[in-house]
Structures are given as structure tokens and as C-alpha cells.
Ligand binder design. Structure first.
Ligand SMILES: Nc1ncnc2c1ncn2[C@@H]1O[C@H](COP(=O)(O)OP(=O)(O)OP(=O)(O)O)[C@@H](O)[C@H]1O
Ligand SMILES: [Mg+2]
Length: 241
């Protein structure tokens, strides 16, 4: 039987794949300003619109800033928090040091303590977004990172959580590549110059999506009041000869 899917909120991806595979971890990587947080918020709101209880764990951005950011988009008008479907979790090191009673917690955080990150996921949720894991990896050796990341993905899977993990460019290429192996799916956002038009454009590379028919070419996308949408649709790509 085909795996159930969770719509991402990005029409073209949902039409083509049905969305992200249920109960699995997808990685979202990309440079700063490439659109990772907007994508993540759009997915969070889409998850809520499907009736799924969703947690957005922020390790960097202020929760109020995130809510403002979401509210700027058409899909961000629903008050899913009031309806009990969305919760934001502040997991910034600033917040953690405010609430920590012992120095141990902040030291653990700097060491990349994925256990406490996992423990911060509310027990009742079905979808979780971690934005981002990048600043949780400082001082970890490659082996430590691999072990902890695999354990995190495994633990998320055991809880059957639909997960989106953001990894930004603050994390080294080696860590990034290791993470790509462990995840079920991976997308990379970037900006590039289109040699034909001379225009700078945003592109989404579907690095992998297990059990899903994907295409090799990066997808051009835009960000406007509707959030992220694919400009160069998959339909037009597949019909292009
Ligand atoms: N309402 C909007 N309409 C069009 N573009 C927008 C809008 N809001 C933000 N942007 C653009 O989208 C970019 C991506 O924002 P986003 O916060 O998702 O990036 P990010 O990849 O999460 O970056 P960081 O690594 O700093 O967290 C912004 O830098 C801005 O240029
Ligand atoms: Mg961001």
C-alpha cells in the first residue's frame, strides 16, 4: 500500500507527490536567506490545515518574529494556535540559558544535545519542524554528529512523526552529506543566475525523496504573498523534450 502523504502547502509538490511521506524525516538545507523558514512555516500551516497537531521548534528565531513572518502570507491568517493545532517551542540557546538552573544544560546544548531537542517535542504532536539543527552541532566530531543524528531520526521515526529538519549553511558540508544519507528525503534551496535570462532566481533541488517519483532538474520557485510556489512546474518540465 502506498505510504500516506502530508501536503506541504506547495501546490506543485503536493499535486505531483501528494506531499511528504507520513512518519518520516525530510531535510531542508540551503544558504541563509534561501527560504528555509518560509518553507517550514508553510509546511507547518499546511499540516495544521490537514488537522494534524504540529510543533514548530525554533532554535534561532524569536517566536514572535516567526508568527509575524507567517502572518505576512495568505496561508498564515488561520489562528491554528488558538485552535490547539499549532505550538511554537522556543529552543534558542538564549531561552535555554534563561531557564537552565545548571551550567550543564547550556554546555550540553553547545555540544549538540539532540536528546534535549527531542525531549522538547510536545508529546501530543503528529508533525514537527526543527528550524534549525545547524546551531546545535557546534563542537561535535563527525562520528558524534552521525551517531546523534541517526539516533534523532530513528527516535522521530519510532514516534511516527512527520518531520522537517532545517540544516543551514552554518553546518559543514561533511555533516550535511552525512545527514542526507540518514534522512528519508532532502531538499536544497538556493539562488542562482539563470544564464539565459541573466536573472537571479530561487531554485529547489530535490536531492532525494525515497519511494517517490522525482525529477532531476532543480525547480524554480518564487516567494510572494502566497509564500513559496513553484514557477517552473513539474508538468511543463515533464512535457519538455
Ligand atoms: N512576503 C515576502 N514576499 C517575498 N519575499 C519574501 C517575503 N518575506 C521574505 N521574503 C524573502 O525571503 C527570504 C527568505 O527568508 P527565510 O527567512 O525563509 O530564509 P532562511 O533560509 O530561513 O534564512 P536564514 O538562514 O537566515 O534563517 C528573505 O530573505 C526575503 O528576501
Ligand atoms: Mg530561517
Amino acid at each position: 500500500m502506498a505510504r500516506q502523504r502530508i501536503r506541504t502547502g506547495i501546490a506543485s509538490l503536493d499535486d505531483e507527490w501528494g506531499g511528504f511521506p507520513q512518519g518520516r524525516t525530510v531535510l531542508l538545507t540551503g544558504d541563509t536567506g534561501s527560504g528555509k523558514t518560509i518553507f517550514s512555516l508553510q509546511f507547518a500551516y499546511s499540516s495544521c490545515a490537514q488537522g494534524l497537531r504540529t510543533a514548530y521548534i525554533s532554535t534561532e528565531e524569536d517566536i514572535e518574529d516567526l508568527k509575524d513572518q507567517a502572518g505576512a502570507f495568505d496561508w498564515g491568517k488561520d489562528d491554528w494556535e488558538a485552535k490547539g493545532l499549532l505550538s511554537f517551542v522556543d529552543f534558542s540557546s538564549k531561552r535555554m540559558s534563561e531557564i537552565s538552573t545548571s551550567i550543564e544544560i547550556s554546555v550540553d546544548l553547545q555540544k549538540g544535545n539532540f536528546d534535549s531537542l527531542f525531549a522538547a517535542i510536545p508529546i501530543y504532536v503528529q508533525t514537527v519542524i526543527i528550524d534549525s539543527l545547524g546551531n546545535q552541532t557546534a563542537h561535535l566530531s563527525v562520528t558524534e554528529f552521525k551517531g546523534r543524528f541517526d539516533l534523532l531520526v530513528h527516535s522521530l521515526h519510532r514516534r511516527d512523526l512527520n518531520t522537517l529538519i532545517v540544516l543551514d549553511s552554518a553546518i559543514s558540508t561533511t555533516y550535511n552529506d552525512l545527514a542526507l544519507f540518514s534522512a528519508y528525503g532532502a531538499l536544497r534551496l538556493s539562488k542562482h543566475d539563470n544564464p539565459f535570462t541573466g536573472q537571479r532566481e530561487r531554485v529547489m533541488d530535490v536531492v532525494k525523496m525515497r519511494n517517490t517519483r522525482t525529477q532531476l532538474q532543480p525547480l524554480v520557485f518564487k516567494i510572494d504573498h502566497q509564500g513559496i510556489s513553484i514557477v517552473d512546474t513539474m508538468e511543463s518540465k515533464t512535457t519538455k523534450k
